[in-house]
Design a protein around this ligand. Structure first.
Ligand code: PEP
Ligand code: MN
Length: 337
């Protein structure tokens, strides 16, 4: 629900509404337009109904949001959300490129990957230290020592780190190192994890569940907001269909759909979507053309020897070549890298 304040409502009146909402245990999100101030209310219907919003001084009207997600909807906020991670921007006119290996393996691998992806123009470094593997016998990630390697690579390159949080028990340790927390496809509807990730207040990359609809993705994002973080980047990473030619089916149409429904930035991961390195460049360009706010690409110094997801990883020259194609197209589309 949104509380629309009268034109010329005073600062005290706005603060009074926020105060009443907060006292009722509700979240209030302030948005100041040129003429009017709107306060978005986050919380359960019953708690909202107990606050006599219409009667508060300065309130013009109350607009209910019909969708099952509220904060993340375009109705709630018309302008695009732009997320600032230490000066690296995601959303609006910015095009973010998150690149790096699937999993952190060694310090040398991370340092080399970080240096080279930065040289090519990547704006964030990725690497998993906690890996959600389909088989319990596959490599599960290095844990904290992997996070330390990521931190070393960040110290050398200045690239912020995007890394996955798999389990509520690891929130503190992942938070200590990560600039952006990734929630993977398998956990998109792990609601307790979403709340805990939100509670950290950090930016969150929320990957679409491989069996989830756009509405379910947006409701998952709403859980992160309920937890406490509004800095959410949605990520299309392919969904499961009958098609076996690719690992998943990349749903590029979700980009303009989500952009219409939500103000949150949307990025695309063509690596997990296709499972094949030769499909990563064309699908990256297609995502850019379709209006994505960025890409997440798996890049490995030696894909043949990768401990995880080698076949879908670009090697360092292939990534540099792709970036050389992306840059002029992004410029034509008015996107800054
Ligand atoms: C990953 O990014 O390494 C990953 C495991 O992705 P997803 O959750 O999309 O499979
Ligand atoms: Mn991977």
């Amino acid at each position: 629900m949104m509380v629309v304040m009268r034109e010329g409502a005073t600062e005290e009146q706005v603060e009074h509404v926020i105060d009443r909402l907060e006292k009722a245990g509700l979240g209030a999100h302030l948005s100041r337009g040129q003429f009017k101030t709107v306060i978005g209310v986050i919380g359960e219907r019953e708690a909202i109904s107990k606050v006599p919003l219409e009667a508060l001084p300065g309130v013009e009207s109350i607009i209910p949001i019909q969708k099952p997600y509220k904060f993340v909807s375009r109705e709630f906020q018309g302008e695009d959300t732009v997320i600032d991670v230490g000066g690296h921007l995601i959303g609006g006119d910015n095009f973010a490129v998150i690149a790096g290996p699937c999993s952190v393996e060694t310090e040398a691998q991370m340092k080399l990957a970080a240096r080279k992806v930065k040289e090519a123009g990547a704006t964030f470094l990725r690497g998993g230290a906690f890996k959600p593997r389909t088989s319990p016998y596959s490599f599960q990630g290095l844990g904290e020592s992997g996070l330390k390697m990521l931190a070393t690579a960040r110290a050398e390159t200045g690239l912020p780190i995007v890394t996955e949080l798999l389990d509520v028990r690891d929130v503190d340790i992942v938070c200590e190192y990560a600039d952006v927390i990734q929630i993977g496809t398998r956990n998109m509807q792990n609601f307790i994890l979403l709340l805990e990730a939100g509670r950290t207040g950090k930016p969150i990359v929320l990957k679409r569940g491989f069996g989830s609809t756009v509405d379910e993705l947006l409701m998952a994002a709403e859980y992160v907001v309920k937890g406490g973080s509004t800095q959410i980047i949605l990520c299309e990473r392919g969904i499961r269909t009958f098609e076996k030619a690719t690992r998943n089916t990349l749903d590029l149409s979700m980009i303009p759909i989500v952009k219409k429904l939500s103000h949150l930035p949307v990025i695309v991961d063509p690596s997990h979507a296709t499972g094949k390195n030769e499909l990563v460049p064309p699908m990256s360009l297609a995502a850019l053309a379709a209006g994505a706010d960025g890409l997440m690409i798996e890049v490995h110094p030696n894909p043949e020897e990768a401990w995880c997801d080698g076949p879908q990883s670009l090697d360092l020259p292939a990534f540099a070549e792709l970036m050389a194609m992306i840059k002029p197209i992004a410029a034509v589309l008015g996107k800054k890298i």
